[in-house]
Design a protein around this ligand. Structure first.
Ligand code: GAP
Length: 553
């Protein structure tokens, strides 16, 4: 949970290249008969384009192109829940399958698990979620709006003599935005309350505290951002787990899991026993998690239903955790880079002091610069033996490991890389967003890596009213669709079809034209999305070419 001060330290960990990252146009070793360049982009303005991108534009783009829709839109929405459309569900599924292949299949020391979303409620008591998985919440008694208390910041407005004129309270944001909001609020309060102020007023945002630091007497002065009057309630803990009931006669609540990790801990012995794993080894799980967030915000960044990919990597006790933690930091960052998350937008946030959970030895987040600011993308924590010990105590059953070589018995410690698929999805969308100019026209496109692109290639017969072209293109499409999600597009001029493919981030357009059917060699054109470059290649080499570009082999 994010009950911690946001502290971002920039340091760079050297990257290992322990796996092959398929890169676009890296493997043009095929028989390319000749290469032509058509409608080349006149300039690439990728970085500028993202710097100007606003969150509402990204949300609009996601809806227009069928990536993400507001859940229950037909019924005016359902706050904190989203539906992934045809392209979004493909992109999400590609992120998950890359996680599976890199974190599980490519490693002989990690196996997978698919545990149930609802567990015996005792699991959540032992893990500490029933007692402590909460965020502080305050209500505005007048507007009935609900706030996360640690996201509201309050402080005084002073006159020239340093006397307090009134108090203001603003949402956590960029310092400049908070300053602006605080000034606006002060102006309104001074006017509404008809406060006489001589000279200029000053507000020092750096002295502001979050609402969890407010005492009963402070709360009498702190205005609600909605009512502008002191109508806020004292912060109280709100448990984030969704509860439900199981069966017709249940009296105790059951919970929808708020993380996939606990399913791994409670299956530690089962997995170890059945798959003969020896420490160090990991169990990975991909699946839905549910949190009744007080203020879901920033689109799919903080939602109430989301997906996680988590690994619990079990290690011996002692100092070795430092080395394993560092390895998982490198591995996780490499994974994000392989998906096309932009390196220059990522950073590390090393938790320390109050920011570190009491049981954790270390936790480092990978952060990403989203349009709304820099925030956590994934976390890599060294959790010691906290979780297994808690379940041993809670269940009364031993979760010890016996090391046959050293003849030692111990409760394993864990390193936990944990990422949110929806946040990685958003970071990929941001990283891929690009604009340039093609033939004098502005082009907005998505530079997805072929491995994550929702549609891998668009197959285009040059003219739809020439059956001889359509037939060859259809045959190629039928072959390719057995292996990947590909498109078959016959409508409109070829340039418009290229543009449509660019807009949804399709890395390759393959055109069947008259040369394909009339000339020897049966070649098609392959157009590259980012450079708009076109090459010709024999039609029967297309499958191998795409295989190398998309899957790396
Ligand atoms: N097992 C550890 C754990 O769950 P966490 O930091 O609470 O740690 C891990 O969550 C990751 O899950 C985060 O880095 C984030 O990517 C994702 N995540 C957490 N809460 C989320 C939410 N409300 N919406 C979307 N993703 C979320």
């Amino acid at each position: 949970m994010s009950l911690r001060p946001h502290l971002t330290l920039g340091f760079n960990i050297p990257l290992k290249s322990s796996f092959v990252i398929p890169t676009s146009s890296s493997s043009l070793t095929l028989t390319t008969l000749f290469s032509t360049t058509s409608d080349p982009p006149s300039s690439s303005k990728t970085e500028d384009a993202y710097a100007k991108l606003k969150m509402e534009d990204l949300v609009g783009l996601c809806k227009r192109r069928g990536f993400v829709f507001q859940n229950s839109e037909l019924y005016n929405g359902n706050s904190g829940f989203y539906d992934f459309g045809p392209l979004g569900s493909e992109l999400k599924s590609n992120i998950k399958s890359q996680f599976r292949s890199q974190f599980i299949h490519a490693r002989s020391d990690v196996v997978s698990l698919d545990s149930s979303i609802i567990s015996n409620p005792k699991v959540w008591e032992s893990s500490g979620h029933v007692g402590g998985f909460s965020d502080p919440m305050s209500d505005c008694k007048e507007s009935k709006k609900r706030f996360r208390s640690d996201q509201l910041f309050w402080g005084p407005v002073k006159d020239e003599k340093g006397d307090i004129v009134c108090w203001v309270c603003v949402h956590e944001d960029d310092t400049e935005i908070m300053k602006k909001e605080a000034k606006k609020m002060a102006k309104k309060i001074i006017k509404n309350e008809k406060i006489n102020v001589e000279g200029r007023t000053t507000i020092d945002i750096s002295t502001f505290k979050d609402l969890t630091f407010a005492t009963e007497s402070d709360i009498q002065n702190i205005p609600s951002p909605e009512s502008l009057k002191p109508t806020l309630t004292m912060p109280k803990d709100f448990n984030l787990m969704f509860s439900t009931s199981v069966g017709a006669s249940s009296t105790t609540p059951a919970y929808l899991r708020p993380e996939t990790a606990q399913g791994i801990f409670v299956n530690f012995k089962n997995v170890m026993g059945s798959s003969r794993m020896k420490i160090p080894f990991g169990i990975a799980q991909i699946g839905k998690a549910f949190r009744n967030e007080i203020t879901p915000r920033n689109f799919v960044f903080r939602s109430r239903e989301f997906e996680q990919c988590e690994v619990e990597y079990f290690i011996p006790p002692g100092d070795c955790w430092k080395e394993y933690h560092k390895e998982w930091l490198d591995f996780s960052k490499n994974f994000l880079l392989s998906l096309g998350v932009r390196d220059d937008l990522m950073d590390w946030d090393v938790h320390s002091g109050d920011g570190l959970a009491h049981y954790a030895r270390a936790c480092t987040d990978v952060t990403f610069r989203f349009p709304f600011g820099e925030s956590e993308l994934m976390g890599i924590a060294a959790r010691g033996d906290y979780d297994l010990k808690a379940h041993e105590e809670g269940s009364g059953k031993s979760l010890e490991y016996y090391d046959e070589e050293t003849k030692e018995r111990y409760i394993p410690h864990v390193i936990e890389p944990s990422l949110g698929v929806d946040r990685v999805f958003l970071a990929i969308m941001c990283s891929a967003y690009a604009e340039d100019e093609v033939s004098g026209e502005k082009r907005t496109f998505l530079k997805f890596k072929p491995s994550v692109a929702p549609v891998k290639a668009s197959i285009l017969p040059l003219l739809k009213n020439k059956p001889e072209l359509v037939e060859v293109a259809q045959k190629l499409y039928d072959e390719l669709k057995m292996r990947w999600n590909v498109d078959f597009d016959t409508s409109g001029a070829i340039g418009r079809r290229y543009r449509r493919a660019d807009e949804i981030g399709t890395p390759f357009c393959i055109t069947v034209d008259f040369d394909t059917i009339e000339k020897e060699g049966k070649t098609v054109t392959v157009r590259f999305r980012d450079s708009c470059e076109q090459i010709r290649m024999p039609i029967d080499e297309v499958m191998g070419f795409l295989g190398k570009e998309i899957d790396g082999y």
